[in-house]
Ligand binder design. Sequence first.
Ligand SMILES: Nc1ncnc2c1ncn2[C@@H]1O[C@H](COP(=O)(O)OP(=O)(O)OP(=O)(O)O)[C@@H](O)[C@H]1O
Ligand SMILES: [Mg+2]
Length: 287
Amino acid sequence: MQKTSEWLMSFRTQPLTQSRPAQFIQRQHSAIKVSITGGKGGVGKTSVALRMARELGALGQKVLLIDCDTNLSNTAIKLGLPLDDSFFKLLSAEKSFEDCVIKREHFDLLPACNGNVELFESRLALDEIIIDIIRAHEDSYDWILLDCPAGLDRVSLTLNAWCDHRVIVVTPDKSSITDSYSLVKVLQNRFGIKENHLLVNMIQNDRQFQKVVMTLSETIENYLGCRTHVLGGLHKVDIAAEQFDTFFLSGDGSEWHKKFLKCVQQFAEKWGVGTQRAALTTEQEVH
Ligand SMILES: Nc1ncnc2c1ncn2[C@@H]1O[C@H](COP(=O)(O)OP(=O)(O)OP(=O)(O)O)[C@@H](O)[C@H]1O
Ligand SMILES: [Mg+2]
């Protein structure tokens, strides 16, 4: 049977000739922008984004989470909040940011739409509008997290590239590993992005975690020349799908939640803030 790493390499292509220079991404902002991304659908991006926003908020940070899955928004659903079309009204300048943002205990949330036909039919440059929204409000925040949709569409790629950091959520299955590699490849070729973070979700055991990390990070380094910062691994929770959101979003102090908290703390201490809690020494420690 073909090894996953060989399979990944088999579809490697030459860099595109019309690469956009890295300088395209301008960094003049105060909040740290982080995209939670991954290429493949259903790997846990939204769950991780919500919980990360909450943990950073609990560490005393001012956090805004923007749902960039603009017409299949899941953040409000997972929090049990009512859905509305405020986001489209914000995009079309009928409502203000303050009218649309939801203030939670630990973070602010800008949810998006769910099957809004006007948004579907519009030709709005969503990436540019979202960046404008961020620029207008980032002085009020320490962190701005972007919950990105699955896929490699232009809007999502631009937002990923524009952010200061990317947290790629991957699961151990071949398609998720391949999609993550594809995302890193396009970001590197088109935007010159050389560094990403990796969070491996739904692992069965530590051996599986190590295998995913090695396969993906070595392939990315050897064939794309990019660096992967490993944040850690989250075990697959044996729980009914309809109960997962409640489990994931509640802070029950279990080992599982402690591991997630360590991943967030490690990330925050590395790029943003010194927290009250003990600093972690190595990236590989959490898994
Ligand atoms: N560690 C885990 N253990 C068990 N189930 C999980 C785990 N992480 C995520 N899931 C399941 O996967 C589902 C999808 O999660 P989530 O909506 O966060 O993924 P997503 O990547 O944002 O999806 P989409 O691409 O559709 O936006 C969750 O509702 C939950 O049922
Ligand atoms: Mg999602």
